[in-house]
Design a protein around this ligand. Structure first.
Ligand code: HEC
Length: 102
């Protein structure tokens, strides 16, 4: 259990540092690139749930539910608390269009 928690912390730190670098060029694309440290693209065999090509309204609702503790989860609420509501909505919209999320 300890090792599992430690590796999650490492992933979070790596994600946050790449987020800081990328966000200067294109804030929303930088944030989206970060998602794929954990989530898989549709063509990939391993990784967490595919988050591209979903309904933007449902995606945005789920992410907001994670952020405000209405949906039980481990990592997503922590990550999303670092983002504004409007950033979350922009991410949900961009991810609904697969061409922009690669
Ligand atoms: C550090 C790893 C990590 C990163 C980075 C990450 N996620 Fe997640 N994501 C998870 C985990 C783990 C879950 C399962 C729910 C939980 O326990 O938090 C999840 C679940 C989800 C789900 C629900 C999937 C489903 O169908 O049940 C969505 C949608 C999602 N993430 C979107 C995103 C978006 C958008 C980003 C980028 C802003 C992102 N995630 C970044 C780890 C991550």
């Amino acid at each position: 259990m300890m090792a599992r928690q430690a590796s999650h912390t490492v992933v979070l730190v790596l994600c946050l540092s790449s987020l800081a670098e990328a966000s200067w060029a294109s804030p929303i694309q930088g944030l989206i690139d970060n998602c794929f440290a954990c989530h898989r693209h549709p063509q990939q065999a391993s990784g967490l749930a595919v988050i591209e090509g979903r309904d933007p309204q449902q995606m945005s609702q789920l992410l907001m539910d994670y952020k405000y503790g209405r949906q039980a989860a481990t990592l997503m609420p922590r990550l999303l608390k670092a983002l504004s509501d409007s950033e979350i909505q922009a991410i949900a919209l961009a991810l609904s269009q697969p061409a922009q999320s690669q």
